[in-house]
Structure formats: C-alpha cells, structure tokens
Design a protein around this ligand. Structure first.
Ligand code: NAG
Ligand code: NAG
Ligand code: NAG
Ligand code: NAG
Ligand code: NAG
Ligand code: NAG
Ligand code: NAG
Ligand code: NAG
Ligand code: NAG
Length: 554
C-alpha cells in the first residue's frame, strides 16, 4: 500500500484491488479510493487488453433527470411516406397503428411508465375531428403541398382507442398540437399571424371530458429558428405558448395537477431559444429540442460517425448551450429532448435499428442527462428505420432493451465521471434507481480491445469519524470480511459479434420475446467486488454497484 504524493489519493496493491470497495459500505472514507490496479497509468499487458480507471465524483450530483427519463415517440407518417425510395413507416402512424398487438402492449407496459410523445412533421397539418363542426375526416394523402401530404384528420373514435391503449399500457402521454392550423404561409415560408387555437382547444376539452390523462401539451414541430418547411417568428411563438397555457389553465382549472406546456419541438438555435425562453418563461414548463446530429439516413458514413468518439462528443454542444441559457435566464423551464432519431429522413435500415445504434443512443442518454436534460424522447417507439420496436412485427430492436435497462437502473442523480487514457471507452454514472450505491454505464467503441475498468470514487461516506490506515487495508481481516461483496453486471453484445445485428445478447444470451409476446426478464450476472469490470470489444455494460455509498446518492 502506498499513498501518492497527494494525501487524498490511495493506491491499492494489485492483490487488494476491488476488495477495498466493500470497505466503503461499512466505514467509508473521505478519500479517493482506487479500487484498481497497481498504478493509475494505463497498463497494456497484452495486445488486446487495456486497463483504465474510471473516476467518479460522489460528493454531489452534477444534474438530475426526471424519474422517468426514457420517452419514445409515435408519429403521423402514413404508409406512403418514403425516403430515398424506401417506404419505412408501414402501419405505424397514430392513425393506423395496431393497438391490439400483444408485443406492443407488453413493450410499453414493461416500463410502467413509458413517456410517449405523439407528434412529428405532419402534426402541424393535422385536424382533430370536431363533432360540433362536422367535416369529412380524411387521412393524409400524398400531394405537392408542404411536407408532401395534404392535411389529415384525427377521428375522435381513434383518439378514444389511442387513449384506452395508453391507459392500459400505463404510458405518460405528451401530445404535440397543430401549430399551423388555419394559418397561411407566405412565400418565405413564414407563418402569418397568430396560432388559431380553436381546434386544439376543442381536442383538449374533449380529452378532459373523457377523463383521458395527458402529461403534457406541446405546440408545434420544427417551426422554430429557420424551421423545417415553415417557420414561426419567435415573438409570435412565445405569445402562442402563453395562449396555450391560458387555455390549459382554464380547461384544467379544477385539476390539482395540470399538464405541462412544452415547445417549440425544434432544432436548437441559441439566439432563437434564448429569446423564446425569456419571452414565454412563466408559461413554458419545458423547452423541447430535436436531435438528428448524424445527418441524413442516406449517408454511407453513419457507422463511422457513431464509432468516432470525437464525433459523439460534438453532439454535446446543444446540451451545453441550452443548459447555459436556462441557468443564466433564471427560469424554472426545464430542457427535454422532444424527438431524437439520430439520422433524419426516417433513419437507415440496418443501422438505426441494429446493435450499433445503441452506442449512439446510450451515449446520447448519458451525455444529455449530464447537462440536466430531464427527459429524452427517442424517435420512434415504432415506425421508420429507427424504431425501438420493428415496424411490422413489433419485435424489439436492440435499442429497446438498452432503453429498458437504462430506465430500470439509472437513477435521477447524475455523477461526474472521467476516464484515464482510453479514447474509445465512454462512461457515465448515476445513483442507482432502486438500490443503494451507484450504476455505471460503459460503452466500448473499439473493435479489438477489451478494457478492464477499475473504479475510483470520491468521496465515500464518512459515517464514522474514524479513518482507517493503509496498514489496516492490507490486513487479512479486512480482505476476509469484505470478500463476499457482489455487484450486478449487464453485458450487451450483438449476435455473432456483428454490430449491425438486430439481435442483442445480454450476458451471452439472446434477448427475444416468446410466442405470447412476453418481454424477457433482464437478468444480471453477479460479480465479486474483487474482480475488475471487463468490457469486451464492441460491447455495452451496465454495472450496479451497491457497495459504493456516496453523499450524492443519500
Ligand atoms: C467533486 O465535486 C465537488 C462538488 O461539486 C467539487 O467541489 C470537487 O471539486 C469535485 N472533485 C473533483 C476532483 O473534481
Ligand atoms: C396496413 O394495414 C392495412 C389494413 O389493415 C393493410 O391492408 C396493409 O397491408 C397494411 N400495410 C402495411 C404496409 O403493413
Ligand atoms: C379559427 O379557425 C376557426 C375554424 O376554421 C374559424 O372559425 C375561426 O374564425 C378562426 N379564428 C380566427 C381568430 O381566425
Ligand atoms: C422487421 O422484422 C422482419 C422480420 O424479422 C425483418 O425482415 C425486417 O427487416 C424488419 N424490419 C425492419 C425495418 O427492421
Ligand atoms: C480525472 O479526475 C482525476 C481526479 O480528480 C484528475 O486527476 C484527472 O486529471 C481527471 N482527468 C481528466 C481527463 O479530467
Ligand atoms: C486482437 O486484435 C487483433 C487485431 O488487432 C484481432 O485480429 C484479434 O481478433 C483480437 N483478439 C481479440 C481476442 O479481441
Ligand atoms: C480491429 O478489428 C477490425 C474488425 O474486427 C479489423 O478489421 C481491424 O483491422 C482491427 N484493427 C486493428 C488496429 O487491428
Ligand atoms: C463527526 O465529527 C463532527 C465534528 O467533530 C461531529 O460534529 C459529528 O457529530 C461526528 N459524527 C459522528 C457520526 O460521530
Ligand atoms: C466507529 O469507529 C470505531 C473505531 O474504529 C469503532 O469502534 C466503532 O464501532 C465504529 N462505529 C460504527 C458505527 O461503525
């Protein structure tokens, strides 16, 4: 046992390694504990195995997410929506999704609750069927109009069925409203005049009358900044949000808990967003932005981007900037990712619905939560090439299980981490969700290198003002007492090591629904505290460590 020159570092000899972890449980130390290797330098002891130390600052959390951080979207795209000659939406639209499918129901139920955001490009051309003002209620059809489709209508009978499904599945629903209703668009693609809220108000009143629970009402889709297809000026948008909040306050006046108001559901643009947040502040509970940082689905280099750590790092910019804007404006508005499909124009088959996309997705979840994003909505639950569930069969794609593991393991409090040397390993840590201690997420983007990770935590709990000496660490008694501490590990790998596989293995076993559509249990393997965390090439590991008790997780 040797102290480093700095008194707050403790280096363990190899033999004790991870066993010291267990000391924290009982005694706790006001130290950085190196539960790891002989020294803190990266040691390469064979061509393919590398060691790394993961530092976790347990003093205080750096951010907090919602209890239910995971969210997925359902969109409006009809089967005729095609990109680059491929039509990937099938019957996954709000208007035609098969709500009687057992896998679909079980997949949503498994989260209890899953947040579901209902929206997307065509929402702004949606009309809600109004019994007081009967009009034909027709589907969206191909046209040369904006977004390539005509207006489409949501029958109230369909809204009833959707709500029955959401209730049965225990979902928390965020509905995004038609911001372009009855609005004309000038030749510069700018919406003219204020939002006509009459049709939305009709839907909200109908929804309340039917006692359907709505978690949040959002206004508009990708109309902020320069907009996609059309745009709404920032002053106008802020006043439309204030109007929506007034309507909701009025319709829900007898409700203790009222739905959240969200917007603008667009791409982050610092100038536009900061103006929007300040002008609508008291009326806007959640500022939503969309993430498609990998470019178009047709791009042949999507996988190269996903496997490039500096490309992934570049994705942190909107989170950092938005967090700064919210901090400096002193508002209570929170940030959500309202829609994130990674690759736009419906994603890409055999990339955004395969194992490799979990590298991007889980990295986004880790990164966004560390900048205080409260909820992250994945495009899509089903539909396009980026569904958590296969668009035709509803069989879960790898990202479904990644989302479910995150949801079950990662608690609200986010801890700061850093890693030594290893460039292609990514790490995130949160307090555990339903158990003591912390949970770590490790993502290995390297094809050939196995990484053995040692964990160093600052700072362990001081539950007793006494401290232990290095000599005590070395004693047989300590080693013996803490020998039995265990942690739980979930190792995710692609079938046959093929990262474009749609089948994921958990601890070496295929994850699959059975013939009755049951979502498989996600079973960890138990690992001795004295063993290092071994992260295989091209794999993802969640580690639930109960023996690290830190102040941030009290
Ligand atoms: C750990 O977090 C605490 C509280 O935020 C901070 O004061 C301290 O400097 C951090 N430690 C390191 C090594 O960054
Ligand atoms: C969608 O559903 C309709 C009606 O059930 C069916 O005829 C059609 O084949 C389905 N389309 C696709 C792409 O699955
Ligand atoms: C909003 O739209 C409704 C339905 O088309 C129309 O009756 C009403 O006049 C419009 N309101 C305004 C202020 O334009
Ligand atoms: C959905 O599953 C079917 C059957 O396994 C498969 O052929 C198809 O490629 C999958 N579709 C997508 C978009 O992943
Ligand atoms: C990680 O944290 C340790 C402990 O505070 C510090 O010595 C080291 O410089 C940090 N490394 C990076 C890359 O931030
Ligand atoms: C080790 O790396 C080499 C190439 O660098 C690769 O061919 C081999 O499969 C790797 N072995 C393991 C066990 O990962
Ligand atoms: C790593 O593995 C990949 C595929 O498994 C192989 O093509 C590549 O040559 C290896 N890289 C190195 C540096 O050995
Ligand atoms: C630890 O010491 C501090 C200051 O001496 C004292 O206030 C506190 O009560 C002590 N805590 C325990 C658990 O003994
Ligand atoms: C605190 O430390 C003392 C001295 O090592 C020990 O005798 C005592 O049992 C400890 N108390 C607790 C509550 O751990």
């Amino acid at each position: 046992m040797a102290y480093s020159s700095k008194t707050d570092y403790l280096f363990a000899p190899n033999i004790l390694l991870f066993e010291m972890a267990s000391l924290l449980n009982i005694l706790g130390l006001c130290l950085w504990l190196f539960l790891t290797f002989q020294d803190s330098k990266r040691v390469v002891f064979s061509q393919n195995i590398t060691r790394s130390i993961l530092y976790i600052n347990g003093s205080a959390s750096i951010a907090t997410t919602d209890e239910n951080f995971i969210c997925a979207t359902l969109d409006w795209w009809p089967p005729e929506k095609c990109d680059y000659g491929t039509c990937s939406w099938g019957n996954s639209s709000l208007l035609n999704l098969d709500l009687s499918n057992k896998i679909l129901l079980n997949a949503v139920k498994a989260f209890s609750p899953l947040k579901i955001r209902l929206g997307g490009t065509l929402e702004d051309k949606a009309i809600y069927q109004n019994a007081d003002n009967p009009q034909p209620c027709n589907d969206f059809v191909n046209s040369i109009e904006m977004f390539g489709f005509t207006e489409g209508c949501l029958p109230m009978s369909r809204w009833d069925k959707l709500n029955n499904f959401f209730k049965l599945a225990g979902a928390e629903v965020i509905f995004s409203l038609n911001a372009l209703y009855e609005r004309s668009i000038d030749s510069g693609n700018n919406a003219i005049g204020p939002w006509n809220s009459s049709n939305a108000e009709y839907l909200i009143r109908y929804t309340v009358r039917k006692k359907y629970n709505i978690y949040g009402w959002e206004l508009g889709n990708e109309l902020s900044g320069i907009g996609v297809g059309a745009s709404v000026a920032v002053d106008q948008y802020a006043s439309d949000i204030i109007n929506l909040q007034k309507i909701v306050q009025n319709v829900y006046r007898d409700f203790k808990i009222k739905p959240l108001i969200l917007g603008p559901g667009g791409f982050f643009d610092a100038g536009w967003f900061s103006k929007f947040i300040s002008e609508s502040s008291n009326s806007l509970q959640v500022v939503t932005h969309h993430i498609y940082n990998l470019g178009p689905g047709v791009d042949d280099h999507l996988i190269d981007k996903i496997l490039d750590p500096s490309y992934l790092d570049g994705g942190s910019q909107p989170f950092i900037n938005l967090q700064q804007i919210l901090k400096s404006s002193g508002t209570s508005t929170k940030a959500w990712v309202g829609e994130a499909g990674g690759a736009y124009n419906s994603g890409r088959n055999l990339v955004t619905n395969t194992f490799v996309f979990s590298f991007w997705y889980l990295d986004q979840l880790g990164m966004s939560s560390s900048y205080d994003t409260k909820t992250y909505c994945r495009q899509t639950l089903t539909g396009g090439n980026y569904g958590l569930l296969n668009t035709t069969t509803f069989v879960p794609n790898p990202d479904y299980y990644s989302a479910l593991l995150w949801h079950r393991l990662m608690g609200r409090n986010v801890l700061a981490t850093n890693l030594t040397a290893i460039q292609k390993l990514r790490a995130y840590a949160h307090c555990s969700k339903h158990s003591p201690g912390i949970t770590v997420l490790l993502i290995n983007l390297d094809a050939n290198t196995t990484v053995q990770v040692g964990v160093a935590v600052q700072k362990a709990i001081v539950s007793n003002n006494t401290s232990i000496t290095p000599m005590q660490f070395q004693s047989r008694k300590w080693k013996f007492s803490f020998h039995r501490s265990m942690r739980e590990e979930y190792h995710l790998t692609p079938k046959d090591g093929y990262i474009q596989s749609q089948t994921m293995l958990l601890n070496g076993k295929v994850l699959a629904v059975d013939s009755s559509g049951t979502i498989p249990p996600l079973e960890p393997k138990r690992v001795k505290a004295s063993d290092p965390i071994t992260v295989a090439p091209f794999s993802i590991v969640f580690v639930q460590i109960p023996y690290f008790n830190v102040p941030a997780c009290k």
